[in-house]
Write a protein that binds this ligand. Sequence first.
Ligand code: AMP
Ligand code: MG
Length: 347
Amino acid sequence: MTIKSIPICISLLIMMTFAACPVSGVESGPRIIEDTQVLMGTTVRIQAPVASDKDAAVAREAINKAFKEIARIENVFSVFKPDSEVSRINKVKPGEPVPVSAEAFGLIERSVECSKKTEGAFDVTVKPLVDLWREAGKSKKLPPAEAIAAAVNKVGSRYLLLDKAKSTITFQKDGMGLDFGGIAKGYATDRVVAVLKESGISNALISSGGNTYCLGMKGEKEMWKVGIQHPRDKNKVFAVLRLKDKAIDTSGDYEKYFILHGRRYSHIIDPRTGYPIGDNVVSATVVADSAANADMFATALCVLGADGSRMADSLGLDALLIIKDGEKLKTEMAGGFKEQYGKAKKK
Ligand code: AMP
Ligand code: MG
């Protein structure tokens, strides 16, 4: 999981634009119960519309439970917590099967499947490269080509042996490691949705970093609105989407990066080359039923660059890519995005 710095230059982000209601909404629209906490290195906000004081009490309790669930997930998947399950897995020597929880095994399986579908653009074993480039960002020194090549050699889901019956995984190369930064926030959002539903909440909005889930409706006849900010003008909204029971995730070059010798180095790494993604894809937005899927595939589409919309089309992903075209930006809509949300472009 990444510790997200506050972007110096926010070029694009998904944000909840119009539901910035106070805890007990007194303005127009439904009364909203909400809470915000910093978890998984990002600000997580959960909002639920309520019709009565009784509903409000239920919502408060449900939201508290949801935050506890996110904290629990962070303790499983964070690479920054030395006692997390993933940190424990990452210490195991190659060739030694390591027992993993059913939850971690499930997310590893989903990540490996995404790797296959995206021809290696998304890879949960990207850790050696993430570590290398994080260090480069800190020291302001680019890694030598040999170090990049050596790290690329340790990355690849194909070097991960999964034994479902025994619930073990085995690293087949020395120095391998897992990094769930590209999926854990989405997974946590899906778990929040489950916890809220179990607690009797059928309408809510969950947003964490670039990841949002619109559960049910905001009002009786009012859908949740999610704004995609204009990539190069943070005061402009690029598009507004009205969503119900959908996740939306945006990954991009704006999110977390460092600049060295005038070049921007993103936190998203192409596992095939070992280098941070080029700057031709400014952002990729995916709308999906599952927030974990939206999270993984948005990261993958950024890596795929110019190939992103072809891949999104072939995978049937509803995606919006914002791509550099010389000095200008152009958009490409893939899958069903244009039919379903294309009109949202002009807000
Ligand atoms: P996101 O912000 O969802 O696009 O995810 C970016 C985070 O995922 C990074 O901070 C890394 O922890 C991790 N990551 C970077 N590159 C990849 C990749 N190609 N595949 C999977 N995870 C990645
Ligand atoms: Mg992602």
